[in-house]
Design a protein around this ligand. Structure first.
Ligand SMILES: NC(=O)c1ccc[n+]([C@@H]2O[C@H](COP(=O)([O-])OP(=O)(O)OC[C@H]3O[C@@H](n4cnc5c(N)ncnc54)[C@H](O)[C@@H]3O)[C@@H](O)[C@H]2O)c1
Length: 266
């Protein structure tokens, strides 16, 4: 039997990048997937790929900053797949800028998606996850995407860093509350290093601009920050998320799983 057979997962920001890789890996372990995103074409493609591989998936156009969209996501999980066992709060945005160039609008946009989106997701999905979690030895699981930027400072990303730091402690606070209330839901944060996705390219472009250099040299500068000798792949992060969602992680809650090729070890 596959590790996540019989479970339903909602992954936000699953149209591309880490979210799409996570949706595919969860499905390969037997989970049914609600693919949530704003990018309809890519989101539908992710869902179609999962179905072509023999698993079940539905795309839902959802904006994580809208409460009504979270209710719709829960309704879809309930009506289409009979409940919810896993929530991966992956949707995220970054608008790099120095502190003096960060507009209040960009600060608010960043926090609306990266922090309020996670808060709304946890709050809206908890009733379904409570029910789902009673069926599994390791309970239901919430995984929140933070970043190395939520652990150590990242220059020229004040709004992003603040938002990812908030995700880290939001996760711990709720883990303690769920433990006290005996809810069968574990909640953890994941902290990737630089991963080769559209968002990763924004980081490469930032280094290019800051160091006045070309693509290859900018990538080499970023690789040098990762002792393992390369940037992350979406699948590296997806594998860690699948572990946290599985019963193999039954005793893990309120923790931060760093998946950064050694970035923060130095
Ligand atoms: N790529 C990296 O280097 C890196 C490093 C550390 C952490 N992360 C985090 O991992 C997560 C995924 O990053 P990625 O690299 O795959 O990024 P990405 O930009 O490739 O994908 C992000 C996805 O989120 C979706 N999204 C954005 N705003 C949304 C909203 N309001 N509602 C619904 N969906 C929305 C986008 O449409 C996109 O499909 C993010 O939370 C990011 O902060 C990424």
């Amino acid at each position: 039997m596959k590790r996540l057979e019989g479970r339903t997962a909602l992954v936000t920001g699953a149209a591309r990048g880490i979210g799409a890789a996570t949706a595919r890996r969860l499905a390969s372990e037997g989970a049914r997937i609600v693919v949530g995103d704003l990018l309809d074409e890519l989101g539908a493609k992710t869902a179609a790929e999962i179905k072509d591989a023999g698993a079940q998936a539905e795309y839902l156009c959802m904006d994580v900053t809208r409460e009504a969209d979270w209710s719709a996501a829960c309704q879809m999980a309930q009506s289409r797949f009979g409940g919810l066992d896993i929530l991966v709060n992956n949707a995220g945005v970054v608008f790099p800028a120095s502190i003096d160039e960060t507009s209040l609008d960009d600060w608010r946009r960043t926090h609306a998606v990266n922090v309020e989106g996670v808060f709304l997701g946890i709050r809206t999905c908890t009733p379904l996850l409570k029910e789902g979690g009673r069926r599994w030895p390791g309970g239901a699981a919430i995984v929140n995407l933070s970043s190395v930027a939520g652990l150590v400072g990242s220059p020229r990303m004040p709004a992003y860093s603040a938002s990812k730091g908030a995700v880290r402690l939001l996760s711990k606070s709720v883990a303690l509350e769920f433990g006290q209330k005996k809810y069968p839901i574990r909640i953890n944060s994941v902290h990737p290093g630089v991963v080769d996705t559209d968002m990763g390219q924004i980081v490469v472009d930032l280094v290019k601009k800051r160091s006045v250099t070309d693509e290859a040299a900018a990538r080499a500068l970023l690789v040098a920050l990762h002792p393992i000798g390369r940037l992350g792949k979406p699948e590296d992060i997806a594998n860690a998320i699948v572990f946290l969602c599985s019963d193999d992680a039954a005793f893990i809650t309120g923790s931060e799983l760093v998946v950064d090729g050694g970035y923060t070890a130095q």
